[in-house]
Structures are given as C-alpha cells and as structure tokens.
Design a protein around this ligand. Structure first.
Ligand code: GZL
Length: 329
C-alpha cells in the first residue's frame, strides 16, 4: 500500500508540475524502502556552492535515515516554493521542510499545511510571522551572531593596524532573506558606534557570484580603489566575484582593501590562505543530519527542540592558516 501511495504521489507531483506549467523542477525522489517516512523538501535554488552543498547534505541524510525525500528546487522564486509546499500537502507527505528564500508571505500556505496536520521544519532561513504555530522547528545558523563575528574581526584588525578611519562597503545577500537581514544587523550592532568605521554603501548581490562582480565594479566606479578600505560580503560566491574585479582594477584584495566574507567554501578558504581574503565567518551547509534527526523525532512522537543552531567558527589572518584540516566545503 505504502509503495502504491508513493507511486501515486510521484505521478501526482509530475502531473501537477506539468499542468501548472511552472518552472520548478519536478520532484526528485530519493529511493526508500516501503513504509518509509516521506519528507517534502522545497529547496530555494542553486545560487551558490553553499546551497549545492546544503542540498547534498539533505539528500544524503534522508538516504541514511531511509526516508523518501520528495525534493523540488524553486530556482530562487518564492511562488514556486509555495507551489511545491501545496503539492507536498496534496501528496500528504509526513513532514515538510523548506528553506524560505525571503522571510515574508508564508502564512497562507503554512496555514494550509497546519490544516492538513503536516508539521513544517524551517531549514537555513526563518520566516516573519505573527503565528509561531505555523512551523514546528528551525534548523540553521544564527546569522546575527555571524554578523557580529564579522564586526568583531574588523575591530580587532583596525586595532592591529592602528587605523583611525575605514570606509566600508557592504555587498549584501538576497534582500529580505534572514542571512541578509541578520548578517547586516549583527555587523552594524558591533561597528556602528565606533567612529573609525564609515559604511559608505550597501548593495545587494543576491548571493550570486555574477552579481558580486557587478556590485564590486559599481562600487569601484563610484568610490575608486582609494575610497574603499573594507569589503564586507555576505557570502563567498559574491566575494570571489568581487576579488576578480578588484584584481582586474589593479587592487590587491586582502592588502589594499580588507575583505570579510561568510560561508567557508573551498575556493574562498584557498583565497584566505593566499591572503586575498582576510576573514571568513563560517556558515555550515551541513544541516541535513540535524533536520532528519528532527523528522525522526516528529514521526516517533518525541518532543523536538524549537531552534537548532550549528556550532560555527571564524577563520582569519590572525590564525595559523597552514592547518590542512582548514579546507572548506
Ligand atoms: C546561509 C544561506 C546563504 C549562504 C549563501 O545559511 O542561506 O544562502 O550564506 C546562500 O551562500 O546562497
């Protein structure tokens, strides 16, 4: 019966995605044994190495738990995430997991999930809602702490350099996303009252490498290499784009302009070791194990923690960067 139900679910999902003409990718199901738990997972996109590693973490963890994972990729479109959640509800999955691309406008579809008796786990990003009962748990980084860590590094660096005035430009992530909002808020709460620091611009690169390049080119055109002392970029993909543009302009990133980044992907860690990035605040994509552990708790009728944050570090030019264990994801 269970396998017949999953087969029907798959047919229904494929049919839905064809009929709805939506661009979301049809559900990819991780094979599972009959009678397994079915998890509906809406992933927001594939915008960065972080996101790709995060998806792999979810797929691997579902497989290790023996769960059937119905995964749909929304290609950076909230409306496609909402469609996916509705299709999971129609398919009567056991648990819904999703990474909300932005914080707002989720109440209606999450009320439908609650009405259907399907628990929802937020993975990686939060939602803004007046009704906390719309989701059961959040698994993901403390982005405010990440922003604070970036600010604390900059204060330490300014102290070490004896700098008395630093112009900062911020290349932020997807507007209204939790990491963008909280990495900015945490950073500003640490450096905002220090007279040495002046944030002269903040523009969004949407977590994309290509837009990180565009942002850096725009900032250099507006302020000139001499007018910028620090780049604070909300993820490594945008940072790596910005490094290329700085070097094409004759700037030595990490020396002429300080570079602070977030995530910890392998190419960025290599740039850190090469002195092209000064600080990386770690943001781990490996959330799948924690998510599936909560799913196991839910289907076993155990109580589960409301918020789960991974332990995350900071890597910088104050550290011994020769450690081979420091390699990124
Ligand atoms: C953070 C995650 C962010 C990463 C980016 O948990 O939401 O989205 O920092 C990714 O690389 O695109």
């Amino acid at each position: 019966m269970r396998m017949k139900r999953i087969a029907c679910l798959m047919f229904a999902l494929i049919l839905l995605s064809v009929l709805s003409g939506c661009a979301r990718e049809p559900a990819q199901e991780v094979s599972a044994s009959p009678g397994s738990v079915v998890v509906g997972f809406s992933q927001l996109g594939a915008e960065s190495s972080w996101r790709i590693a995060n998806t792999a973490s979810m797929v691997n963890a579902a497989d290790s738990y023996g769960f059937a994972l119905m995964m749909e990729n929304a290609n950076q479109k909230q409306e496609l995430q909402i469609k996916s959640i509705r299709s999971f509800i129609a398919s009567r999955v056991d648990v819904i997991v999703f990474s909300p691309i932005v914080e707002t406008n989720w109440d209606n579809v999450l009320r439908e999930a609650r009405q259907a008796g399907i628990p929802v786990i937020l993975m990686d990003r939060m939602i803004e809602t007046a009704d906390d009962s719309l989701y059961t748990a959040y698994v993901g980084a403390d982005f405010y702490a990440e922003g604070r860590k970036a600010g604390e590094y900059l204060i330490r660096k300014a102290d070490a350099l004896g700098a008395d005035h630093l112009n900062i430009v911020e290349i932020s992530g997807t507007i209204d996303s939790t990491p963008m909002r909280d990495r900015q808020r945490g950073f500003m709460d640490v450096i905002g009252t220090d007279p040495r620091f002046n944030v002269i611009a903040s523009i969004s690169g949407d977590f994309l490498r290509s837009k990180g390049e565009e942002c850096m080119a725009d900032l250099l055109a507006r302020f000139g290499p001499e007018g910028i002392d620090v780049v604070y970029s909300h993820n490594d993909s945008m940072t790596l784009g910005a490094l290329d543009v700085m070097e094409q302009a004759g700037v030595r990133p990490g020396k002429d302009i300080l570079v602070i980044s977030v995530d910890g992907e392998a190419d960025a860690v290599r740039a850190l070791k090469d002195g092209r990035i000064n600080c990386i605040v770690q943001c781990t994509p490996a959330l799948g194990g924690s998510v599936m552990s909560l799913v196991q708790g839910l289907v076993s009728n155990r109580s589960i923690p409301r918020v789960s944050h991974p332990v995350e570090a900071v890597f910088s030019d104050f550290d011994d960067l020769t450690d081979p264990a420091l390699e990124g994801f």
